[in-house]
Write a protein that binds this ligand. Structure first.
Ligand code: ZN
Ligand code: ZN
Length: 131
């Protein structure tokens, strides 16, 4: 897996600008900020803006695939063929209430689906996966 510095320009940071941790999820906003993508830090409460259409991890624009359990599912996985990682993507533009609802079951289905395709979840060690 290729690693990138935190010194990328605004909108391209892979790691949390506050604490340097990996993102745990990707959020696509609705309402006023429709379509903007933010990354959620896995350690602190920080969210930061990140451009869409390129891999969060390796910045490849071409190899992005989206996995979802059904059409327009608000819970999706953005997977990159170039570096074989994926990140969970929450579409608040599809379902603004998503944060309030427990999505654990959909989450687990989607995780195993994408992992079966051979992708590794971004920010998580592949060795602590199947415990
Ligand atoms: Zn952070
Ligand atoms: Zn990638």
């Amino acid at each position: 897996m290729r690693q990138h510095d935190r010194v990328d320009g605004i909108g391209h940071a892979t790691h949390c600008p506050c604490c340097g941790a990996s993102p745990v999820a990707s959020l696509v906003l609705g309402g006023d900020r429709e379509g903007l993508r933010y990354l959620q830090c896995s350690l602190c409460e920080t969210r930061w803006h990140r451009v869409r259409g390129v891999c969060v991890n390796c910045h490849s624009p071409a190899e992005i695939q989206y996995y979802m359990l059904y059409e327009k599912s608000p819970v999706q996985a953005e997977a990159c063929d170039a570096c074989n990682t994926f990140i969970k993507m929450f579409r608040l533009d599809y379902d603004p209430e998503l944060e309030a609802v427990s999505q654990n079951l959909i989450d687990q289905f989607l995780d195993s689906l994408v992992e079966q395709e051979g992708f590794v979840r971004l920010g998580f060690s592949p060795f602590s996966f199947h415990e």
